[in-house]
Design a protein around this ligand. Structure first.
Ligand code: FES
Length: 355
């Protein structure tokens, strides 16, 4: 059985670029001369952005449309692997994240799917206003939900949560991996991509609708997940959190992966103040809000993306004060001088930031 996770083998050009990047890093960021050569740039406004054109919009299920996106000149698009998502900037300027659910081998097209959310301005804009030929800006692809190498795979997707899972099950199926999928939905017409799932008759897929099976029972979503099993969960946060907690108790050796497009609520937060050194202003951070939220009240231009501490977009230099780092991205050396305010907080009453 081959692994669905492709080993990375850089070519000669990439290896040369890596050597050049290492030399640049050594000189400009790590040498004694670094402070003279480069000044901290705490806010990254650009970096991955690319214009895309809406090539097609089609219904994929009740309340769900699929968007096919291409480069304006038809050029190849950046590579992605299952689990990746795009940040899309809509014509209104709204920013939304959507999982890529097409074929990673198709280098000329991205596909995302969008469910209409009651009261959701972004989904309403896409469903009601977006037309073929419209331009969007994207940032990414990024991936915080990667397929890991594992002996077997168990997937649980609910509703639009099938979007990152679909390329994963296809990749597993293509290489003959041991995989199973539980796919939950209100009813079949509301469940996108049913006809694109591989091995629909092979006993690997367990389709459960509320009408046929009743509301999902968390206890039997992943009945067996032994050591070496990777479990991937994507769907409404309350259901996924309950499933993850259950797995931690019943299958502590399984590796459990969940996809969230919204940040976790702040837990164990204490209020503190942030001095924005460049402007001389001070903002107060409440116990139940993030530092980023408070900063953006004063500085709405500060960039961010994932709001979950993994993309690094909101990184800012710390000039004074101690930080309680809650991210998964910064290295120990980074943590001496920077923080990710979307998740991290002050470890004392005040922080001074280079903003
Ligand atoms: S916004 Fe992604 S790390 Fe803060």
């Amino acid at each position: 059985m081959r692994s669905p996770v492709e080993p990375y083998r850089p070519g000669r050009t990439v290896r040369a670029l890596e050597r050049a990047a290492a030399a640049y890093r050594a000189l400009v960021t790590e040498s004694r001369a670094a402070p003279l050569l480069s000044r901290p740039a705490p806010v990254r406004h650009h970096g991955f952005d690319l214009d895309l054109v809406v090539d097609a919009i089609r219904p994929e299920a009740d309340g769900v449309v699929g968007l096919t996106l291409t480069a304006p000149d038809g050029d190849v698009l950046p590579r992605w692997v299952p689990g990746a998502h795009l940040d899309l900037f809509l014509p209104s300027g709204r920013q939304r994240q959507y999982s890529l659910c097409g074929d990673p081998a198709d280098r000329h097209r991205y596909r995302v799917a969008v469910r209409r959310v009651p009261g959701g301005a972004g989904s309403a804009e896409i469903h009601d206003e977006l037309r073929r030929g419209d331009r969007l800006t994207m940032r990414g692809p990024r991936n915080a939900f990667r397929l890991v190498a594992a002996a077997s795979y168990r997937f649980v997707a609910a509703g639009i949560g099938i979007t990152p899972i679909l390329p994963m099950v296809r990749a597993c199926h293509r290489v003959g991996a041991d995989w199973r999928l539980v796919y939950l939905g209100r009813d079949r017409p509301s469940m996108p991509f049913l006809d694109e799932l591989p091995a629909r008759d092979g006993g690997r897929i367990d389709l459960r609708t509320d009408g046929e099976s009743g509301p999902p029972d968390v206890a039997d979503l992943v009945p067996s997940a032994g050591p070496g099993t990777a479990v991937y969960l994507c769907g409404p946060p309350p259901l996924m959190t309950a499933a993850r907690d259950r797995l931690r108790a019943t299958a502590p050796h399984a590796s459990v992966h969940t996809e969230r497009f919204s940040p976790e609520p702040v837990v164990r937060g204490e209020p503190f103040d942030i001095e924005l050194r460049r402007s001389g202003r001070t903002v107060s951070v409440a116990a139940d809000e993030t530092a980023l939220t408070a900063i953006r009240r004063e500085r709405p231009d500060v960039a961010y993306s994932c709001r979950q501490g993994f993309c690094g977009t909101c990184r800012v230099a710390v000039l004074d004060g101690r930080v309680e780092h809650r991210d998964t991205t910064l290295t120990a050396a980074d943590r001496d001088r920077a923080m990710l305010p979307c998740v991290s907080r002050a470890a004392g009453p005040t922080l001074s930031l280079d903003l």
